[in-house]
Design a protein around this ligand. Structure first.
Ligand SMILES: Nc1nc2c(ncn2[C@@H]2O[C@H](COP(=O)(O)OP(=O)(O)OP(=O)(O)O)[C@@H](O)[C@H]2O)c(=O)[nH]1
Ligand SMILES: [Mg+2]
Length: 441
């Protein structure tokens, strides 16, 4: 991303035109000048003002709308910011954007550039920015809840607390080194530092031991349908999503490719994956489909093993939890015929048992449990915390090492945390993180 920090940037921040209202956002040192040029004067700070916007070159009226001015540094980006709330017609928007681009020092913002300025001006740390990106992308209630907590600083507060404790511990060690002859630093001078580090390590280990719940809420849980041909896998998928997502026929071996659909279960994003029926076959296409089905089941969060018989013969990969589902319940003539080894019975045809299945999926994935305030949502965060914890574990084992070595381990542990929040040396990460944003954010 080309960073010309002196430029004043602008973009359409609301969705695609036409829309009832469009929001055009401006940020940078030229905002006051831009407002004077288009409106005549700069409106009062943080108050909605109804204004007429005029083309600078001929004074022609472009539109009338609400204008908000947020002087820096108490703004989203930390710079002077303005928002023009205008009519969301294509020509209105185009006219205003054209007028803005003609102003000196003005240019169209790149994707995520407003947020990047917010980060660079210390208005948000990297975890908050990742939370913001997730909030904009959130499709389910749980994704939204997870994202808003993170955008509000849930992870930042936790990680900064750890980092400050490690920095304090190191300061203690360095102070001890300055005052005492290195040969015989008494243990009790350093003891509070080591116990602080051990305390942080314990908290980190507990934080990491979360079964990747936050990442799975964010990315979606994968549930794979597995079973012999014709047991009703595709029919079940169609019944759950209430549309003909997969082809259903009486012919065994109908499904070959993996078919993925998105489901919302209790506000959680779930990806349901239909697969090729498992059997010995000469067909190359079908064999490839079966290989893919097994591979996907190996990494699933949950496997639904389906059978329309009295037993579950198919070998199910261990790894993921499994629910055994007896299908075609409508064909069983009495309750006594129920299959003992099945967790659930259902009929895709009548819909009986579908609610119980949805509930069982939720329980197996433990979707109902309360969400802690701060949860890891990305591999980047997990790697950083794990690296930091690695240094602290090394420290705990470094009993007889020179105190300098241990102080260095404390520094490395704090720096690893600093990279997660963006306090330390993260230039290489920024392009990746900000590329997730759309233009206007
Ligand atoms: N009576 C009854 N028939 C069902 C039910 N579910 C599926 N079937 C029938 O069983 C046959 C196979 O259904 P599919 O959903 O295609 O089965 P599948 O497991 O996806 O089969 P493959 O893709 O070949 O592996 C079709 O004729 C369906 O109409 C059910 O709940 N009750
Ligand atoms: Mg099928």
């Amino acid at each position: 991303m080309a960073l010309h920090r002196d430029d004043t940037i602008f973009a359409l921040s609301s969705g695609a035109a036409p829309s009832g209202v469009a929001v055009i956002r401006l940020s940078g040192q030229g905002v006051r000048f831009g407002l004077e040029t288009l409106l005549g004067t700069v409106p009062p700070a943080r108050l909605a003002s109804l204004r007429t916007l005029r083309a600078p070159e001929n004074g022609e009226i472009l539109d009338r709308g609400l204008v908000l001015f947020f002087p820096g540094p108490a703004s989203f980006t930390g710079e002077d910011v303005a928002e023009l709330q205008v009519h969301g017609g294509r020509a209105v928007i185009a006219g205003i954007l054209k007028a803005l681009s003609a102003l000196p020092g003005y240019r169209a913002a790149e994707a995520g550039e407003f947020t990047r300025r917010a980060f660079e001006n210390g208005r948000a740390d990297l975890t908050e920015i990742e939370g913001l990106a997730d909030l904009i992308a959130a499709e389910t209630e749980m994704q939204r809840r997870l994202a808003i907590r993170q955008a509000d600083g849930g992870l930042r507060r936790l990680y900064e607390d750890w980092r400050h404790r490690l920095i304090r511990a190191r300061a203690l060690v360095e102070a001890g080194l300055d005052f005492v002859d290195e040969e015989d630093v008494p243990d009790d001078v350093m003891a509070p530092a080591w116990s602080e580090a051990a305390g942080v390590a314990t908290e980190m280990a507990a934080h990491l031991d979360d079964q990747h719940f936050g990442e799975r809420v964010r990315d979606g849980f994968e549930v794979v349908l597995l079973g012999a041909p014709n047991v009703g896998k595709s029919s079940l998928m169609n019944a759950l999503v209430r549309r003909e997502a997969a082809i259903v026929t009486a012919e065994p071996g109908t499904t070959r490719d993996l078919i993925e659909v998105a489901l919302d279960i209790d506000g959680h994003a779930v990806t349901l994956i239909d697969t090729a029926g498992l059997r010995e076959t000469e067909s190359l296409v079908e064999r490839e489909g079966i290989t893919r089905a097994r591979r996907r089941a190996d990494t699933a969060d949950l496997v639904l093993a389906l059978s329309d018989q009295d037993s579950f013969a198919e070998t199910i990969p261990d790894g993921a939890p499994v629910l055994h589902v007896r299908t075609k319940l409508d064909l069983l003539d009495s309750d006594s015929k129920r299959v003992e080894s099945a967790d659930l019975h259902l009929s895709a045809r009548t819909g009986e048992g579908l609610d119980a299945l949805i509930q069982a999926i939720g329980e197996t994935l433990r979707l109902a449990r309360p969400m802690p305030t701060a949860m890891i949502t990305r591999a980047r965060q997990r790697d950083g915390i794990a690296r930091s914890l690695g240094y602290l574990r090394e420290l705990a084992l470094a009993g007889d090492h020179a105190v300098e070595v241990k102080a260095e381990l404390l520094r490395s542990a704090a720096d690893a945390l600093g990279r997660v929040t963006g306090k330390v040396d993260v230039e290489d990460l920024l392009d990746v993180i900000f590329s997730e944003f759309c233009i206007g954010k």
